[in-house]
Design a protein around this ligand. Structure first.
Ligand code: DX5
Ligand code: ZN
Length: 215
């Protein structure tokens, strides 16, 4: 199985994103956490910052929208040049129409579920999505503990995906001690914030995580 490692710049120096991205050449994509202080109790950055990141990053961007009303805002991130735009099922009014709008604007479309959200209603519509994000913490903050109890949910999504080209992403608490558990459950795309940018050598951390997930 292909393993993708996505460092989350939520754990990087917010005044030096270009340097942070340059410090992880072994990564597959850069994970960008957009938070609006409504959907989650934290505020990060929005479209102007993502536009600049697209211009300056040598790696493709995976935008994780933790915002209200993604139906309105998500296509703009695809137009800005993000590789993947993932929005939360809990916040979307018309998830399928929103996914279609993201694809029309040229990006891969992802749907995310919080730990307590049932993912099954979306598995019937997998043809509409390019990524399913199973949150392994409550969204909003980096550095939280991985919720191992969600591995059954990951396995259920893996079974539903079969051989479709849909990436199965986990986000929250992924590090050297947890990534193999998530990989064994069926995840193939791993977001890691503190486990990469909290380390002295971020790129070595990326390579180490990839080896652990591939084993
Ligand atoms: C949390 C964000 C994550 C966060 C993960 O809501 O979606 O992407 O950066 O951070 P770690 O890997 O430190 O748990
Ligand atoms: Zn995220």
């Amino acid at each position: 199985m292909v393993v993708r490692i996505e460092p989350s710049i939520l754990s990087a120096d917010f005044s030096a994103f270009a340097a942070a991205v340059a410090s992880i050449p072994s990564a597959d994509l850069v994970h960008c956490d957009v938070m609006d202080n409504h959907f989650v109790p934290n505020l990060t950055f929005g479209l102007p910052m993502v536009r600049r990141l697209v211009e300056t990053s040598a790696l493709p961007l995976d935008v994780h929208l933790m915002i209200d009303d993604p139906d309105r805002w998500a296509p703009g991130y695809a137009e800005a040049g993000a590789h993947t735009v993932t929005f939360h099922a809990e916040a979307a009014h018309e998830p399928i129409a929103t996914a279609r709008a993201i694809r029309r604007a040229g990006a891969r479309a992802g749907i995310a579920v919080k730990p307590t959200t049932d993912v099954r209603p979306y598995l019937a519509a997998l043809a509409e999505f390019d990524q399913v994000l199973v949150m392994t913490v409550e969204p909003g903050f980096g550095g939280q503990s991985f919720m191992a109890g969600l591995m059954d949910k990951v396995g259920e999504v893996r079974a539903a995906i079969g051989d479709r080209d849909v990436w199965l992403q986990v986000d929250g608490g992924i590090g050297a001690d947890t990534i193999a558990t998530a990989a064994a459950a069926g995840a193939d795309t791993f977001v890691a914030g503190s486990a990469v940018f909290g380390q002295e050598d971020p790129d070595a951390a990326v390579r180490h995580l990839r080896a652990l997930a591939s084993a």
